[in-house]
Design a protein around this ligand. Sequence first.
Ligand SMILES: [Zn+2]
Ligand SMILES: [Zn+2]
Length: 182
Amino acid sequence: MRCILCDNEMAVKNYEGTDIDVCENCGSVWLDKGELGKIINTKEVRFSLAQMEEAIKLSAVEHQARTALLKDIKSFKRDINIEELDNDQILRIFKKRWSIDRKLSCPKCTGMLEESDYSGVGVIIDKCPVGCGFWLDKGELDKVQIMMEYYNKAVASMKESEKSKLGLFDVISNIVKEIIPF
Ligand SMILES: [Zn+2]
Ligand SMILES: [Zn+2]
């Protein structure tokens, strides 16, 4: 399989017990259907404090960008209720608003990859529209694992009643607010 960013031949590497496709030139990773969930649930790789701080900071930036984005969407489309939109819908409207598109094809089915906020934790990765898998740029596999770990911990410590009220992104926002003072 060739890297869709730099056309380098990708290598198959074992990561936490799963064979994944890695571009050794640009650091991109392709994960087939189900592999990302498996990796998130396997906690073999330990992240350093610096890596965790970096991931949370980036997520915080994402969170601030999201707030600015919602304001922008509201001025662009007055007739929509932004509370009813999910993260991926927000991203799609924003990209339409600013005509931003990376236009990457799925390495398996050549369908156009769509950007997606994985589980709403503020890490934007590319997913195949028909579910072949995920494309992750350099560093995103670490980021998504770190943020999902925080998210799962936060959810585990919440009461049932709180869980239904809060969206995934709210959980992360709370963690981010606790850790990084603005
Ligand atoms: Zn590459
Ligand atoms: Zn595909």
